[in-house]
Design a protein around this ligand. Sequence first.
Ligand code: HEM
Length: 414
Amino acid sequence: MAVQFSPGDPARIPAPLVPDPAGGGTPAAVCPAHRGRLVTGIDAWLVTRYGEVSAALSDPRLVMSAPEIEADLVERGELPQRFGSLFQRKSKSLLSTDPPDHTRLRKLVASSFTARRVDGLRPRAEEICEQLTTAMSEQAAAGEVVDLVSSYAFPLPVLMICELLGVPVEDHETFRQWTNAIVFDQGDEASVAAYRAAVTGLDGYFGALIETKRTNPGEDLTSALVAVHDDGDRLDSTELRTMLSLLLVAGHETTVNLISSSILMLLRHPDQLDALRADAGLMPNAVEECLRHVGPVAFSAMRFSTADIELGEVTVPAGQVVSLGLWAADHDPDRFPAPDRFDITREDNAHMAFGRGTHFCIGANLARMEAQVALTVLLRHFTEFSLAVPEDDLKWRPANTRGPSSLPLRLSHA
Ligand code: HEM
């Protein structure tokens, strides 16, 4: 059975994320784990309830890497061949390893993303947002419509991650194309070819950058990781390039979606926008609610089962792909009262937009800080903003990330 996960506007995603075999009731309530074929061609057990998703993310028997299971699934036609040979699986990245390899790799970069380190980057984020809003003001004063995505939501995270990694920001257009090819892989021949080209491009790019940093180190994370690599056996050359590529790709698209979708949510809910303008202290809460409500990564967390695993009333057998629906879990009515209501004052909002457990998003502090600063500066700068096109005309990004591809706004300030 083909289960379609729609990308795009969460408000338009059809309610039954999972078919309801029993008929009646909410799908999540009657079906804690259901086997189906994803649009990517992978046969997987879909898990959609908050409790089961949360437990599964912390279950060491559900793993990122299981070469024998993968090979078996490919042979049985339950996992397309290309998933057995892609960059994420072949090379040892955070998202393709389990402890102890994962623990070793994560330790090398975790200190760059702690709340304290990220807080130190806040003034730089504010400075970037001030510069961007000034440029947008000039556009608005000239009567132009401003695209919030290309003028604001995109440049901030890109500049921040490039500076953190010590990557020349002039190269960001190339990165954007590579990142798009990686996250927008649709499974057809053309996009798989583009994916492979992007992975090769990134790998070569970082190979050259590593040489530059070796002879001319800076205060950036790339230089620090090159020093670790050269210092001993904690990080091999492939791991080093893979780590940098992953951080660049992961740091690129997701936060863009969070910022642009948050603005759209506030435009859709003027009462919430007014409340936020009236009480700046609500900002952290507002960003959490956007994360829960929108789910800026549209993907589910994927794992392999290495044992029979009880999920609710269902036993998922060993040797299967398990797809953990983060966004579905964040809309589980048993966990979040009135889950479809966008409410920036919502309490007890322990959403799973950043995952949970071993692979909890390493960039969560950074993404939160960037979104809080971006919204704060935007609201301070512009007293009014509105959509310049009918909402139905907005285009949504395809595939694995969720957010508008452009957000044309009319802006004004007092
Ligand atoms: C992992 C979401 C921003 C780097 C993850 C996971 C999710 C996620 C759900 C877990 C995947 C899994 O368990 O299979 C998000 C969202 C973001 C965001 C919603 C923004 C709104 C960032 C940023 C960075 C980043 C800015 C860059 C520093 C990573 C890395 C991992 C990860 C390296 C793998 C962690 C590990 O396996 O230990 N992210 N992310 N993310 N994210 Fe993010």
